[in-house]
Each structure stands twice: as structure tokens, then as C-alpha cells.
Design a protein. Structure first.
Length: 461
């Protein structure tokens, strides 16, 4: 809950929320100071739970037993007062009063249903009935305990005052109040001092007991509700984390598949385009190009199988048996394998200038090395797609504590027909930037003033 302090009374500013509470993170009207989240003064935070059938049965059953015991007590007093051996000065309750007590108990049981909707009104009404006959006492105590479960001190003080006030009035005007059941005081309306002190003390102690029980029940309800909310929140958080993990894994696999296939397929497409556009090739050249296409297609399938291997579910007794004969998967390429990558690019007709200025390459972490290799691979694929035949300059530099820096540069004037109009997904450079950002680095690409495309990336090391 947010508490708002108004320095002066002003009309609602334009754009301010109509409910009067500030929206976190939104600009507040002038004169409004947001203190931030603070605990509410109202202890009740959760609504009372709906009662099950068993809860209703034992509550109403216990109240009915208490009322029946009180009515039997009145009947016993009347019977004993009519006995010739009776020497007590207690005024016996008349028969009409007993029937009135029965009617009051029925009304009390009916009105207690609304204790949660109108707690203070129901308690006040039942306190009046309790002043008429003590038979309504158990239902009144139930209403007071129910009100105290809300744990609002203002209501508790008012309810306790109303309850004790009605008890005092009942002692003054009702000769068949609860003091009769204890045999305290003289006849009629004149209880002695000892009777008054005993009765008031007993009623105050009962009120304190009801308040303690009500506060305990309310605190336990709130505790159980808060634990339930926390469990549901933790479950929702776990589900959300699982969905986020699945989404991140899908993105990672999609990025790996793009980086793996784009390089190989672009080589296959470029060589196939040469076969389609060139009619002056010798049989030996044709066989060489066909062999290159076959090798790259086979390499594409191998690398694709490696990427998709992470999706396999190792079911007990099934996958382990099926994969016993499978050859070991090729490890992920690292930066030291860049020479093979450049050789493939040169075999496709590209002119590559490679500058290696990496100090202590054996200390380069495997994650950084793998991401750097993929960035260089994507840069070569991008150059082959959009500037086929242009010279490519690749520079790799870095050292521990200084980071790893990649610079790939190629002019934008190339043989467009040689690329056979290769389609592009537009996600290669985005994937390169994401790879760099995953490790805490960065990647930038731009067209320079001399009409050259330049990709620069930096990885922490």
C-alpha cells in the first residue's frame, strides 16, 4: 500500500489517477510526495475464508448445545423454585420468560449468519438480546470472537464497550440475569456488592478471553493465507522461469543453427551459382566445384546433427541403447579453428587477409573463443552474400586483461551475380551482437566513408 502525503488541498491534477493513490513509477501531481511502500495500519490483510460444511456444522452445533444448556438451566431454576424444600431467595423465572428465551435464541442463531457482513451491528443487536436473557450469551460471545478476528482495535474497543454496557444494563433491569445462575445477591433488583464485583470481573475476564481467541484465530488465518499466496507466487515464478528458460534455449538453438547453416549453405549456393552461370568450365573444374558442394553439404548435416543433439531426451533404457553405436559428436569450434574457416572462404573465391595479434591464445576461455569464432563466421557469410568476390580483412587482437577485439572489413563492390542472389534472414548480425552481449561485450557494424562494411566486436578477457 502506498501512503500519500498532501501538503495542501488541491484539485486533482490532469492525468492523476481518479482513486487518489499514486501509480508507482508514474509522474505525480504537484504537491504530492510519495513515501513508498509502508506497512498498513490495518492488520487484516486477507478476507476470511469461506466456511466448509464441516466448519458450519461444528460451529452451529456447539452454539446450539450451549443454548440448550442455558434453557435447561432456566427450567431447572423454575422447577427447583416450585419445590417445597426450596429456601433460596432467588426469583424464579416465569414460564413466559422461558418461552421468550427460546424465541430470542432462535433469533440469535438466525442473525449470527450476518456476522461477517455487518460485524459491529450484529454484535450490538446480540448484546441487547443478551441483556434480555443470558441464553443469547453463547451466540453473543461467538459474534464478539468473530469481530476480533479482524484485529481492528477501534472496532474491538467499541464492541467490548457495547457488550459490557449491555451486561450492566441487564444486571440492573433483569432479575433473571446470569447472576441468578450463580445464586449471588438478594431477591429482585438488589444484588450485593460482592455479587456486582464478581459479575463484572467475570464478564471483563470473558471479554478479554474472547478478544485473545479472536486475535489468535485472525492471525492464524492471515498466516495461512499469506503462506498460500507465497506458495502460489513461487509456483507462478517457477513456471515463468521455466518458460523463460525454454525461450532462451530456443533462441540459443536457433542462433546456433543459423550460424552453422548460413555459412555452409552460402558456400553451397555460391558454388552452385557458378555452375549455373558459367558455361566455360572444364570437366575438372566442374568436378572440383561439385566435390566442394558435396563436402559442404555433408559438413552442414554433421554440424546440424551436433546442434540438434542438445534437444535429445536421454530416456532411460532407450536412447542410451540406440546411441551406443553412434560416433562421438564433433566438439564446438573455437577461435583456433578459424584457419579452417578462412580456408573454406578462400576456396569459394574470396580473398582473405588474416591478422592474428592475440597474446597467449591458450588462456582464452572456451565460451569467449566459441562466440568469437561464430562472429567471424557470420561476418564471412555476410560478406559472401552481399559482396561476393570482394577482399576481406580479418583482424583478431587481444590479451588477458585487455579483452579480445575482432575487426572484419570488406568493400561493398563485389560480383553480385556470383552470389546467385542469396536470400538473407536479416538476423545474422543481430545474432552476432547478441553473442557479444551475452558475454558482457559488444558488437557494432557500419558502412564506412570509403564504402566498406566493417564489423567490430569486443569480448571481455
Amino acid at each position: 500500500m502506498y501512503v500519500t502525503e498532501y501538503r495542501q488541498h488541491r484539485p486533482r491534477a490532469p492525468g492523476a489517477p481518479p482513486h487518489g493513490f499514486p501509480i508507482p513509477g508514474a509522474p505525480q501531481p504537484a504537491g504530492v510526495v510519495e513515501r513508498g511502500p509502508v506497512p498498513s495500519r490495518q492488520a487484516q490483510q486477507y478476507p476470511p475464508p469461506r466456511l466448509r460444511t464441516f466448519d458450519k456444522v461444528w460451529r452451529y452445533g456447539l452454539a446450539t448445545l450451549a443454548i440448550a444448556f442455558s434453557l435447561l438451566l432456566l427450567l431447572a431454576l423454575r422447577v427447583l423454585s416450585d419445590s417445597p424444600d426450596n429456601t433460596s431467595e432467588v426469583v424464579p423465572p416465569p414460564l413466559w420468560y422461558i418461552w421468550l428465551s427460546v424465541a430470542v435464541s432462535v433469533v440469535a442463531v438466525w442473525i449470527i449468519r450476518y456476522r461477517r457482513r455487518h460485524p459491529l451491528r450484529v454484535l450490538s443487536f446480540l448484546s441487547v438480546l443478551n441483556a434480555i436473557t443470558f441464553v443469547a450469551g453463547p451466540i453473543t460471545a461467538w459474534a464478539l470472537i468473530s469481530l476480533c478476528t479482524r484485529r481492528r482495535w477501534r472496532e474491538v474497543w467499541i464492541a467490548s464497550g457495547v457488550y459490557l454496557g449491555c451486561v450492566v444494563v441487564g444486571l440492573l433491569v433483569n432479575p433473571w440475569s446470569s447472576r441468578v445462575t450463580l445464586g449471588i445477591g438478594g431477591p429482585g433488583f438488589g444484588p450485593g456488592v460482592l455479587g456486582w464485583i464478581s459479575e463484572i470481573t467475570a464478564e471483563v475476564g470473558a471479554v478479554v478471553l474472547y478478544v485473545v481467541i479472536g486475535f489468535y484465530v485472525g492471525a492464524r488465518r492471515d498466516l495461512m493465507a499469506s503462506l498460500k499466496d507465497r506458495a502460489e507466487s513461487a509456483e507462478r515464478t517457477a513456471e515463468l522461469s521455466a518458460l523463460q528458460g525454454q525461450s532462451a534455449e530456443r533462441n540459443r538453438i536457433a542462433r546456433e543453427m543459423h550460424d552453422v547453416l548460413a555459412h555452409r549453405i552460402s558456400l553451397v549456393s555460391m558454388h552452385a551459382g557458378v555452375l549455373a552461370y558459367r558455361d566455360d568450365l572444364s570437366p575438372e573444374q566442374t568436378r572440383e566445384i561439385a566435390r566442394t558442394i558435396q563436402e559442404n553439404a555433408h559438413a552442414s548435416m554433421t554440424e546440424l546433427r551436433t546442434v540438434l543433439g542438445s534437444l535429445r531426451q536421454d530416456d532411460a533404457g532407450e536412447s542410451s541403447t540406440m546411441l551406443e553405436w553412434a560416433p562421438p559428436e564433433k566438439p564446438q569450434p573455437l577461435l583456433r579453428d578459424i584457419a579452417e574457416l578462412l580456408t573454406d572462404a578462400e576456396a569459394g573465391g574470396a580473398q582473405v587477409e588474416y591478422i592474428d595479434e592475440v597474446a597467449y591464445p591458450e588462456l582464452l576461455p572456451g565460451t569467449i573463443s566459441r562466440h568469437a569464432y561464430r562472429v567471424v563466421q557470420e561476418a564471412l557469410t555476410n560478406a559472401r552474400k552481399h559482396a561476393a568476390g570482394s577482399p576481406i580483412a580479418v583482424r583478431v587482437a587481444g590479451a588477458p586483461g585487455r579483452g579480445l577485439e575482432l575487426t572484419i572489413r570488406n568493400p561493398l563492390s563485389g560480383n553480385a551475380s556470383a552470389s546467385a542472389a542469396l536470400p538473407g534472414s536479416g538476423l545474422g548480425l543481430v545474432g552476432a551482437r547478441e553473442r557479444a552481449e551475452l558475454t558482457g561485450g559488444w558488437a557494432k557494424y557500419e558502412v564506412t566513408s570509403d564504402n566498406a562494411f566493417e564489423l567490430r566486436a569486443w569480448f571481455p578477457w
